[in-house]
Ligand binder design. Structure first.
Ligand SMILES: NC(=O)c1ccc[n+]([C@@H]2O[C@H](COP(=O)([O-])OP(=O)(O)OC[C@H]3O[C@@H](n4cnc5c(N)ncnc54)[C@H](O)[C@@H]3O)[C@@H](O)[C@H]2O)c1
Length: 270
């Protein structure tokens, strides 16, 4: 397919982990994929594996608005101007009790996980607006259901992603840009290298990158379910991935907050 005739997706943090698996999932469906990462060599390697003409890759530091402007211009040149989907996937995690982790590491978590997503949405907006039926999917986390001890700033950053997703879903709906978040629990990726948090031991790592990639791909597709008037029902704003995350998210909506606190106190052995 030539540029402009097929859908295009730009994924941040796509050199490895969930981003890389998601890039492969969309490429398999014939999308043009933008693979961008702080690890430029890794991004280029992933793009080359997906195939010349099917993916382009390069460097992106999501904390830098200038990088976003450059990458979006480069990617939309290759896509014939289209940006059907932005996936804000880049993220970092530093575990440990808040006071034991250097303050610079907390600040970097907020810079990448929160400001990085705001930067991406801000820079991509004109391209999304110009592309009919476009959308944004943000990588949130089950740690945005209830604040998680030992990963406090990471958990707080994902609460911010949750809030940003909900706000933009409302703000951009009249312009036809849908905004969604996908919420995995623990997944075995480089993010967990050296991570030590009680919830990791309590809940275990039960998801693969392909499980999450599949959930992201499914969230991006039209629901196919029609309401009473025959109109397609809107896509869900939030998608929890895997049974434990779905159970925790549903329970948090149903039980009083003191029970949620007690469940999370036990999960984090606090
Ligand atoms: N692994 C999990 O258990 C888990 C669970 C829930 C949510 N998530 C979220 O999924 C997303 C992907 O995580 P992952 O598990 O694949 O981790 P990962 O460490 O395997 O991949 C993250 C990627 O982001 C890149 N990155 C880091 N800082 C960046 C920056 N400033 N600019 C651009 N790229 C940058 C890294 O180089 C890396 O390639 C993250 O947002 C993470 O919070 C992960």
């Amino acid at each position: 397919m030539s540029a402009g005739t097929r859908p295009s997706v730009l994924i941040s943090g796509a050199a490895g982990g969930i981003g890389r698996a998601t890039a492969a999932r969309f490429a398999r469906e014939g999308w043009l994929v933008g693979v961008y990462d702080l690890d430029a060599a890794g991004a280029e390697r992933t793009a080359a594996e997906l195939g010349e003409g099917d993916a382009i890759g390069g460097s992106l530091d999501v904390t830098r608005p200038d990088d976003w402007a450059r990458v979006l211009a480069e990617f939309t040149r290759a896509s014939g101007g289209r940006l059907d989907l932005l996936i804000n996937n880049a993220g970092i995690l530093r575990s440990g009790r808040l006071a034991d982790v250097p303050i610079a590491a907390h600040h970097l978590t907020i810079d990448v996980n929160v400001k990085g997503v705001i930067n991406g949405c801000h820079a991509a907006y004109p391209y999304l607006k110009a592309t009919a039926g476009s959308g944004v999917i943000n990588l949130c986390s089950a740690s945005a259901i209830y604040g998680q001890a030992e990963i406090a700033s990471y958990s707080a950053s994902k609460f911010a992603v949750r809030g940003l997703t909900e706000a933009l879903e409302l703000e951009w709906r009249k312009e036809g840009i849908r905004v969604q978040a996908v919420w995995p629990l623990w997944v075995n990726t480089g993010l967990l290298d050296g991570a030590e948090a009680s919830s990791l031991d309590t809940l275990g790592v039960n998801l693969t990158v392909d499980d999450v990639a599949e959930a992201i791909y499914a969230a991006a597709r039209p629901s196919g379910v029609r309401g009473l008037l025959g109109k397609a029902l809107p896509r869900k704003v939030h998608t929890a991935v895997g049974l434990p995350a779905k159970t925790l998210a549903t329970a948090a909506d149903l039980v009083p907050s003191f029970i949620s606190r007690e469940v999370n106190r036990r999960i984090t052995r606090s």
